[in-house]
Design a binder for this molecule. Structure first.
Ligand SMILES: [Zn+2]
Length: 75
């Protein structure tokens, strides 16, 4: 999915909610911004689950995500 967004006078753009939900970004979360050739890359600074690799909400700051913990408990 792609969007066309206008950059405001301070250089800001709003990230679409669907993008933020997809990588589990919430208000006040940190992102890592980098540039490669002519492309700007914005990625969440979240911790990834050590078992499944899925991004976790930043405030959780656990090594394993909730769904993996639930799976382990139900084994
Ligand atoms: Zn997991």
């Amino acid at each position: 999915m792609e969007y066309i967004k206008a950059i405001d006078k301070l250089g800001r753009i709003a990230l679409p909610i669907s993008f933020r939900r997809k990588i589990m970004l919430s208000e006040n979360d940190n992102v890592i911004i980098s540039v490669e050739e002519d492309t700007i890359i914005i990625r969440g600074a979240q911790v990834k689950c050590k078992l499944c690799g899925k991004n976790q909400a930043q405030e959780e700051n656990k090594k394993i995500c909730e769904s993996c913990i639930a799976e382990i408990i139900n084994m």
